[in-house]
Every structure is written in structure tokens, then in C-alpha cells.
Design a protein around this ligand. Structure first.
Ligand SMILES: Cc1cc2nc3c(=O)[nH]c(=O)nc-3n(C[C@H](O)[C@H](O)[C@H](O)COP(=O)(O)O)c2cc1C
Length: 211
């Protein structure tokens, strides 16, 4: 069993996945982890669509790819590497993003995280993304690669129609899941002291060393 903190610091977007099937028992374990998450009032409006059908995945991939070509690819070529990363690492991320775009439908299983909520508000996301994060962590613990993706929302109507979602149900993330081609490794993030203040906004906190 891997330690929780090791899992937290190494749950990266794993975009290169093998097409080999994932046993249903593992998918169920991931879903149970998701459905254990915090959610507003414990009302549990979350719904999880497990997609294995290649034709459905292909129909969604078309929109995912179009959004890449129109929005994401131009953005990657115009912005600087984010904090905690290097130009080289950022270029590798871009290549992986492009790879996942082209192979999105080949991930053996997707979990589409949805909410049965007619009029979504900012609170809605707060009641589904904890479940999404739990599922990413559970996948990592099981040695499965996954990525939190939301790009299909740039073509929300089209993608949700391809997914066959009924009226009043909206998708918040698609998690393509499969056995990873590469290895898990540490996430790249900026220093904590740059994003943490004590008592007053802008006043740095002398963060204790890791112990
Ligand atoms: C709201 C949100 C939407 C995201 N959408 C996508 C996506 O559509 N496609 C993708 O490849 N990665 C997506 N990601 C993954 C991020 O790109 C990734 O978490 C970030 O680059 C950090 O990389 P790491 O998790 O490997 O450290 C998304 C992440 C979040 C939180």
C-alpha cells in the first residue's frame, strides 16, 4: 500500500494510456471512492456515466479534438511555462495533451462525472469535483492512469448529446482511465510560500520545513 501523501504528490495527469481493458471491479472501486466524497447537504446529485462503447467515445472525441485545434493548441504556443515547471517540461506536457487529444477515445474506459441539476451554479462544481479528485486518487492507488478533462465543455451541447445525457443532467468532467504507458512521478507546482499568506493578504507566512 502506498502512503497517502505519496499518492497526493504523484497523482499527475496520465495522458498516455494502454488500450488494454480495465477490470470492472477496479472501475467499481474508483466509483465507490468518488461517491464517498463531500457534497453539499449530502444530497448526492452526482451521477457517473461509465463509457466503454468505442462509437460513443469517438463521437465525443470529434468535439474534444476540435476544441484543441481551435482553442488549446494556439494557447500552448502563446503562454509561458507555469510556476514550478520548465520550458522543456511544459513542451512535454503539450505533447502529452496532443497525444491524449488524438487518442481520447482509445482509453478503455471513461468516467463522466455529472450532476442531475437543472440550473448549475458555482456551488454545483463544489459538489462534484471532490468526487472527481477522489476518483483520480483511487485510480492512482490502483496503478491506473487518469486525467481530469473538461475541454469537451467548449462544445458542451454537442458533446453531451453524443454522450446521450438526458435533459437536466450536465457533465463536469470526463476521466479517461487506463493502464499508463509511463511511470507516475512528482507533480510540478510552484513554491507554497508564493501562494500562501498569514492573516493579511500579501503577508508571507514563514512556512515550517517538511517534517
Ligand atoms: C478544471 C481542469 C480541467 C482540465 N482539463 C483538461 C483537459 O481537457 N485535457 C487535459 O489533457 N488535461 C486537462 N486538465 C489537466 C491539467 O492540465 C493538469 O492537471 C495540469 O496541467 C497539471 O498537470 P499534472 O496534473 O500532470 O501535474 C484539467 C485540469 C483541471 C483542474
Amino acid at each position: 500500500m502506498t502512503e497517502l501523501f505519496e499518492i497526493l504528490h504523484s497523482t499527475r495527469a496520465m495522458r498516455r494510456l494502454r488500450p488494454n481493458p480495465v477490470p470492472d471491479a477496479l472501475i467499481a472501486k474508483i466509483l465507490r471512492a468518488g461517491a464517498s466524497a463531500a457534497n453539499g447537504g449530502n444530497i448526492q446529485r452526482w451521477r457517473f456515466l461509465v463509457v466503454k462503447d468505442l462509437e460513443i467515445k469517438k463521437a465525443v472525441q470529434v468535439w474534444y479534438k476540435r476544441a484543441y485545434d481551435e482553442v488549446i493548441a494556439p494557447r500552448y504556443s502563446s503562454i509561458a511555462p507555469p510556476p514550478g515547471t520548465t520550458a522543456e517540461r511544459y513542451a512535454r506536457q503539450h505533447a502529452a495533451v496532443e497525444y491524449l487529444t488524438d487518442h481520447f477515445h482509445e482509453a478503455p474506459v471513461w468516467i463522466v462525472a455529472c450532476l442531475a441539476e437543472e440550473k448549475p451554479t458555482r456551488w454545483s462544481g463544489a459538489s462534484i469535483y471532490p468526487a472527481v479528485q477522489n476518483m483520480l486518487l483511487a485510480a492512482r492507488e490502483l496503478g491506473l492512469g487518469a486525467t481530469l478533462t473538461t475541454r469537451h465543455l467548449l462544445y458542451e451541447k454537442e458533446a453531451e448529446a453524443a454522450l446521450g445525457l438526458p435533459p437536466g443532467v450536465h457533465s463536469y468532467a470526463i476521466l479517461p482511465i487506463g493502464y499508463p504507458m509511463g511511470r507516475f512521478g512528482p507533480v510540478g507546482r510552484g513554491p507554497l510560500r508564493d501562494i500562501t499568506f498569514l492573516d493579511r493578504w500579501g503577508e508571507n507566512w514563514d512556512i515550517p520545513e517538511e517534517g
